[in-house]
Write a protein that binds this ligand. Structure first.
Ligand code: 5GP
Length: 176
């Protein structure tokens, strides 16, 4: 990859506007829930989670979880837990916050894994969704933007650890 900045797909101001819309919707939906536990999926969701959580108007706490896929780019879809949540989520309302849903395997795994902790409810939120790439059916309650089959970076997402802190979402052509 060269040092050139990736071309812009979603601008900083469009992200800001959409994140505040999502936060308003979530705040309204959870108005009677008491408190929501936001579980950010590392590393990619850390900027989205920071902005989303600060736009919420309801009581919330923050947790993180980390997973990795076996054999990046492989078709197996097997997901491995790298770091579990620290707090107890039993009986609490959980909102999984993802950067991007691609095949759906990661989110599907996370829902199953977190369900075993017996939360009061589980919902899912993703900034980006590649609907056409779906391999498993998974319910996504809140979607920021639908995108096509392309590799995106910025706003927390990387390509080989590069471009995570780009303020906008750009697309790159990964070299295999
Ligand atoms: P899944 O295929 O399980 O839905 O997504 C697996 C993971 O692949 C995502 O959580 C994300 O970390 C990564 N991923 C999928 N598509 C992209 C992309 O376009 N850009 C980046 N940076 N990560 C992606």
């Amino acid at each position: 990859m060269t040092d050139a900045l990736p071309p812009e797909l979603i601008s900083e101001s469009d992200i800001r506007k959409r994140v505040s819309e999502l936060a308003a919707q979530i705040s309204s939906d959870y108005a009677d829930a008491g408190e929501v536990v936001l579980i950010g999926v590392l590393k990619g969701s850390f900027i989205f989670l920071a902005d989303l959580s600060r736009n919420l108007t309801i009581p919330r706490t923050i947790e993180f979880i980390a997973v990795s896929s076996y054999g990046a780019g492989s078709k197996s879809g097997a997901v491995r837990l790298v770091m579990d949540v620290r707090g107890n989520i039993e009986g609490r309302h959980v909102l999984i916050v993802e950067d991007i849903v691609d095949t759906g395997h990661t989110l599907n795994y996370l829902i199953g894994m977190l369900e075993s902790h017996n939360p009061a409810s589980i919902r899912t939120c993703t900034l980006l969704h590649k609907a056409e790439r779906a391999e498993v059916e998974v319910t996504i309650d809140y979607v920021g933007f639908n995108i096509g089959d392309e590799w995106v970076v910025g706003y927390g997402l990387d390509y080989a650890e590069q471009n995570r802190t780009l303020p906008y979402i750009g697309n790159v052509q990964p070299v295999d």
